[in-house]
Design a protein around this ligand. Structure first.
Ligand code: GDP
Length: 170
């Protein structure tokens, strides 16, 4: 039985919910005050993807804010087949950084499967980006947009299933 293995990067500014997203998807849990380990951390999750009729082993990498160290960055990006670019509904700088994150992923990994994720949609009343702005950026960058609430576990699995499908098509 040859399962497919897919290394997925989760990138974006600090505080947007990257660690929470990985833990939510891989372990099904959410905590507000999770203590991060320093350096690169990864979790594994096996999921049968109906659309592929195959089990995919997702290797989920989280840099825990250590992206500024080149040696760590290289290890982190090496062999990735897909990437999530995440920003937060309540953090304008994280939205403004999306294009930079896409360039960085392309520079390190080439043309891999990428999805744009707007997290913390439960905080829509504190939104600092409009729905139109987000949709315009997604279109401009050629990325499929997912709106997630990692806190409530909304739309999270869908992101990873999409990336597995897109990765196979590439
Ligand atoms: P990272 O720095 O990008 O890895 O972000 P974290 O995963 O550490 O999350 C930063 C903070 O945002 C934490 O307090 C999380 O509990 C919180 N958070 C993550 N996802 C959501 C969400 O969907 N809604 C809300 N309200 N908070 C979230």
């Amino acid at each position: 039985d040859f399962d497919r293995e897919l290394k997925v990067l989760v990138v974006g500014n600090g505080g947007v919910g990257k660690t929470s997203m990985i833990r939510r998807f891989a372990k099904g849990i959410y905590t507000d005050e999770y203590k991060k380990t320093i350096g690169v951390d990864f979790l594994e999750k096996a999921l049968f993807v109906d659309e592929l009729q195959e089990e995919v082993r997702f290797m989920l990498w989280d840099t825990a804010g250590q992206e500024e160290f080149d040696a760590i960055t290289r290890t982190y990006y090496r062999g990735a087949g897909a990437a999530v670019i995440a920003f937060s509904t309540t953090d304008r700088a994280s939205f403004d950084a999306v294009a930079m994150w896409k360039s960085k992923v392309e520079a390190e990994c080439g043309e891999i499967a990428v999805a744009l994720v707007q997290n913390k949609v439960d905080l829509v009343d504190q939104a600092v980006v409009s729905a139109t702005e987000v949709e315009t950026l997604a279109r401009k960058l050629g990325l499929k947009l997912y709106r997630t609430c990692v806190k409530e576990g909304i739309n999270v699995t869908e992101v990873f299933v999409y990336l597995a499908e897109l990765n196979q098509r590439k």
